[in-house]
Structure formats: structure tokens, C-alpha cells
Design a protein around this ligand. Sequence first.
Ligand code: V47
Ligand code: SF4
Length: 373
Amino acid sequence: MEKLLRTSSIYDILKKAEQGERLSFDDGVRLFMSNDILHIGHIANIIRERKNGNKAYYITNRHINYSNICKNRCKFCAFSRDKDAAGSYAMEMEEIMEKAVAAAEEGATELHIVGGLHPDLPFDFYVKMIGEIHECCPDVHIQAFTAVEIEHLSQIAKLPVRQTLKILKEAGLGSLPGGGAEVFSPEIREQLCPEKLSGEGWLQVMREAHNLGLHSNATMLYGHVETPEDRINHLIKLRELQDETGGFMSFIPLAFHPKNTDLANRFGTTAMLDLKVISISRLMLDNFDHIKAFWIMLGIKLSQVSLSFGVDDIDGTVKEEKITHAAGAETPEALSVHEIIKLIKEAGREPVERDTLYNPVKRHQKNIVLQKV
Ligand code: V47
Ligand code: SF4
């Protein structure tokens, strides 16, 4: 392998990564220019195994997209609607509670709760939602509200972000999902989501959350109009914040789905780009423990392959994801634990059920049967 690796035009960068040396902006861009995916993946796999051995994590979780009404209307989003538009919805508290309780009874350890930026719902609604779920399902970790939603909530509550986060944490918020990061480049944001919180704003909300002891994930939406330079700049900004706070649990590259969006004339991502983004992220983000393949967006088969290209986490049962499906995702809306375990085992990895904070979950066989969908 070493002999073959030497013939690669990016040998110098791969050697650096393998020796644990931090990659620069130029290194990252050169990796994207290369099509030597097997060698990039090989080194990403070595780093992945150094950090996580042969383990491949999954979680028993459920998504609740409580409302698609959003005042931002980003061009890449097929999920959001104006308030009175056809197809707009906002779940009543009762419906949210039913979904949460059912998930807990089925053995979920995590609820992933995100929605649009509703123009009218008061801050109390969000605090009550978290508080009631926490009271009813105290053993379920509530991962809710992207940094963009948190900023919105701080505006409607007329409170600083830190205070807003504190109130939500006291109500039972366990951690923040990684959405809303998109690509940090101000030019791309101006073009695709001009109303959205800036990249610096997203990083600042995460900084505040981490400083309060709330962990979070990080994402990057790729495969739209961004350049390799934009992607590497994004990854370096995440790496810098991780150096500062250590609060990111995992990085999740999100593959853009164009259908029903304002960018519907574009192609979706290809397998080569998906594998490049995954493995280069693993090499750039040397201070992140986990790189997650969100199988809903990546597709089930490529998610399995990604377990050999730097990924150590395949997300979970998910159940009822709406954002990617609105944009034409052809993946199912849920996977059973049996299916996830089969995928992981056939990739030659050891399946480990984890909770949100990456503690292993021990459960009786009964729960696994219950989760079959
Ligand atoms: O912020 C919107 C993205 C995100 C599209 O933290 C799209 O564990 C693809 O962040 N095609 C929300 N993506 C989802 C998200 C997420 C998902 C899974 C796990 C975690 C985690 C976080 O979805 C948005 C946006 O970046 N998105 N529209 C689209 N058409
Ligand atoms: Fe609203 Fe989020 Fe969709 Fe943007 S991506 S329109 S903020 S729901």
C-alpha cells in the first residue's frame, strides 16, 4: 500500500494526515482537486480506526419536525412554507407529546426536534414543549433547535442567547443538533439564504451553548453552489471552534437534495463527491471524534460504504424525517434496528448502540423487537 500511496500526487498531504499533522487550507483544497478517492479514503479509514477502533455507532431515535412554517425561506429548502400557504403545518402540543411518548415507549433514547422559524409562536411554547417532554420522558435525551432557531428564540424572548439557552436547558434541553450551518461563506449565504443567521452568528450560538455545558453537532450542506474553497473554509472554522470549546460531538456532512427547491435545475450530489466530502472532513477535522453519515440524505448503500471512508456513526432509526423527503429523498422514513445492525455487520464493523452523548446503551432484546418498523 505504501508503495502505491507514494505514486499519488497528494502523497505529501496523506502522509501528513497519517502522521497526525494538521492539514492546512491549501492541503484541503488540493484534496478536493484530486480524484484519488481510494487513497484519501484509506487514510481517513486509518484515522477513523485510530479514534473509534472497529466500532460503528447507531442510535434509536425519532425526529419531530414540529412546524414547517418559516420566515426565512432559504433557496435550498423544500420543507418550509409561508404561514398560510398550502401544506403549511404547526403541530399542536398534544400531537408533539403523543409522538414523544410513543417514541419513548418504543425504546428511543433521543428525540431530534427541529422546525422552521415560526413568525408567531411565543417563546413559552418552546419552553413548554421541552419541559413537558422532559417531564413525561425523563430518560429520553432531547436534542432540539438548531443554532438558527436558538437565535430566533432569543429574539422573540427578547433575551440574550446565553439566557435563552439557560432557560431551555433548565426545562430539559439536552443538546443542540448541527443544522443551520449550511456553508459559512457570506457570499453563498447572501445568494442562498440571505435572511439566515450569519456563519459567525451560528458559531457564536454554538460557543455560548458549549460554554453552558450543552454539547452540539455540526453540519455542512454541500453539493449546491459552493466551491472546494468554501467547504475547506467551513471545516477550518469548525475546527477552530472545537479547539476552543471541545463541545462538538460529531460532524455530519449533509448532501444537498434539489427537488422542489429554488435550485431544482441542479443535479444532486454524486457518490464521488459524497465520499470525498466525508473522507476529507475526517482528515481536516482532526479534533472531532465522530463523523456521521446521515443515511436519509446519503442513501443507505453509500452510508454503509462510508463506514470504510472515515465514518464511524450511521445515525439511527430516525423515523418521520420531513426536511430531506420534501426535497425528493428516496430513502425510507425510518430504518429498523435490525436493518441498521445488518448494514454495519456486513461492512465488517461492530455495531454499538449509543445514546446522544456516545455512551453505549445496554438493553434487553424486547426493545429491539419493539423498534421494528
Ligand atoms: O439546516 C435543508 C439541511 C438541515 C435541504 O445534528 C437540506 O445529528 C439537503 O441539520 N437537501 C437540517 N439538506 C437537518 C440537520 C440534521 C440532520 C440529521 C442529523 C443532524 C444532527 C442534523 O437540513 C438544515 C439544512 O442544512 N437541508 N434543505 C435539502 N434540500
Ligand atoms: Fe427555514 Fe431552515 Fe428551511 Fe431555511 S432551511 S427555510 S431556516 S426551515
